[in-house]
Design a protein around this ligand. Structure first.
Ligand code: SAM
Length: 504
């Protein structure tokens, strides 16, 4: 019997995760903002996720939109647990398969508008990458797009040896070995090992790894294969499936004014070859993970078409207005303070619910030329403060499905802390809530008046207590008092947004 794993570690299941950058509405906006024709999401569309893990992202996206979704992952345990939720939530527009990439090439699928693969390209062997290219050649429509993420060079260059340390760990499974390896790396750091000296990226990464579950580390670092790529290498490989680079799916990374200084912009402007420019750009921005959109024969929009479609796009807050400040943290790039007179009116306008670009433009008054408005919206999307929405048509039908899906997730999340996302038929994507907020939503959906009482009853039955400033709250009364405080805040800030997003 041949080794079906092809060097991928399958002895522990992956951690379930939701990734907003796999949302077709986010892709449509990124492509549109870069001047490419994007799939029309008010029309039927087809979408496949390859190597989907437990498939939480594809489930949320299938629940929240009217496309037809497909997904595969060769670990049967991932697909089996996903299928239980799909059946319970009645997600009839999603089919998940435990086929390998090699077998999925021959799956009887319709032609696809979109194929996404997150956390796959760098982590599988050459033969699997080749199977994926065959899949894309066979199944992606002309004009269709691919989302692909991979570990990028030069960002990973100073950090790469950490993987060797993780892989040196001992233990009976990949998760234990990875954690043991991380513990050993920490001992080296504590012993002043010279490799760590002056290597801030490696120290920061080790710090991050120490807080991550063993299952995540196992899938990330313990496979036989781990390929770091420069942009020009990824672009050349994907070109074998007739794909060309369109734009980063990360609005943040693609906004020159956010992530490049003037000298960098001038230097890059002098490079005429697009692939060489994008590769050089990675030396300036230095991302660890590239998240890109590639097109198979992309069609350019005229300026007029682009503006018309941007004008029709609706945006929503991704967190309550009260929690949004104008100082934004941009990872490795630093902190930026957004201009109050442009950005605060936009956020204030969205406080009352999703708004289209025209309404947003009115809100910024004297600065309301279209260029300023579009740019401000892109910055807010890039900063994760607002999200583009699906076209409004069909939202009532979509809400029937997201309600069923969210009921199921809320029920499961009573016992599974990692299930922290609910689907919105407005954004077509997931919305993260903390444990207590999910309990409030659970109670609210049962028309319970006293949210705090019900939430505390459930937590105490499960033997949990609240945390305040990282410390456990002790005793029934103190927990209930803290819970009531959180209920007041939830009603004032979160509840109105959940209603606008039609999660409630
Ligand atoms: C790092 S995980 C990423 C999972 C998911 N995309 C995510 O981001 O949460 C990679 C996934 O690819 C799957 N995989 C690896 N090799 C595969 C193959 N040859 N065929 C199908 N799935 C594969 C693994 O089972 C695993 O769930």
């Amino acid at each position: 019997m041949s080794d079906w794993t092809r060097g991928y570690r399958t002895d522990v299941n992956y951690t379930p995760g939701y990734y907003p950058y796999l949302n077709p509405a986010a892709h449509a906006f990124a492509l549109l903002a870069a001047g490419w024709r994007a799939p029309q999401l008010d029309q039927p569309f087809t979408y496949a996720e390859l190597g989907c893990g437990h498939g939480l992202s594809v489930q949320v996206h299938a629940a929240a939109s009217h496309g037809k979704f497909y997904a595969n992952d060769f670990m049967p345990a991932h697909i089996a647990s996903a299928q239980v939720r799909i059946a319970a939530a009645g997600l009839t527009n999603l089919e998940m398969s435990d086929a390998s990439f090699a077998d999925y090439v021959d799956a009887p699928l319709p032609k696809l508008d979109a194929v996404v693969l997150h956390g796959v390209w760098s982590w599988v062997d050459d033969a699997s990458r080749n199977d994926i290219l065959l899949f894309l050649r066979r199944h992606l429509k002309p004009g269709g797009y691919v989302f692909v993420s991979y570990n990028a060079l030069p960002g990973w260059a100073p950090i790469m040896p950490l993987r060797a340390l993780l892989r040196s760990g001992q233990g009976h499974d990949s998760a234990t070995r990875a954690r043991d390896g991380a513990a050993f790396a920490s001992k080296l750091l504590d012993a002043d090992a010279r490799w760590f000296k002056g290597n801030e990226p490696a120290r920061a990464m080790l710090d991050r790894l120490r807080g991550l579950p063993g299952a995540y580390l196992a899938h990330e670092y313990m496979n036989d294969n781990w390929r770091l790529l420069y942009h020009h290498e990824a672009a050349a490989e994907l070109n074998a499936a007739q794909l060309h680079f369109a734009t980063s799916a990360s609005m943040r990374d693609s906004l020159d004014e956010l992530v490049l200084n003037e000298d960098q912009r001038a230097l890059l402007a002098g490079i005429s070859d697009e692939t060489a420019r994008e590769t050089a750009r990675d030396f300036c921005v230095n991302p660890l993970l590239r998240r890109d959109l590639y097109l198979r024969g992309g069609v350019r929009l005229s300026k007029i078409e682009q503006l018309q479609q941007l004008n029709d796009t609706t945006f929503a807050l991704s967190m309550p207005r009260a929690r949004v400040g104008l100082r934004i943290e941009l990872g490795g790039v630093g902190t930026v303070t957004l201009a109050h007179d442009v950005y605060a009116p936009i956020l204030d306008a969205l406080r009352n619910g999703p708004a289209d670009l025209g309404q947003i433009r009115n809100a910024i008054g004297e600065h309301n030329d279209i260029g300023t408005t579009v740019n401000a919206v892109k910055v807010l999307v890039g900063a994760g403060l607002i999200v583009p929405c699906l076209p409004r048509a069909g939202v009532t039908e979509r809400k029937v499905v997201t309600d069923r899906f969210n009921d199921r997730v809320l029920l499961e999340s009573l016992h599974e802390a990692e299930l922290d996302v609910l689907a919105s038929p407005i954004t077509g994507g997931g919305f993260r809530l903390d444990r207590v907020e999910r309990l409030f939503v659970f109670a609210q959906k049962r028309n319970v008046q006293e949210l705090a009482e019900m939430a505390w009853q459930i937590m105490s039955q499960l033997g949990e207590v609240l945390l305040r400033d990282g410390e456990p709250v002790l005793g029934d009364e103190a927990n209930l008092a803290e819970m009531r405080k959180r209920e007041t805040q939830f009603r004032a800030e979160m509840l109105p947004l959940l209603k606008q997003l039609q999660i409630l």
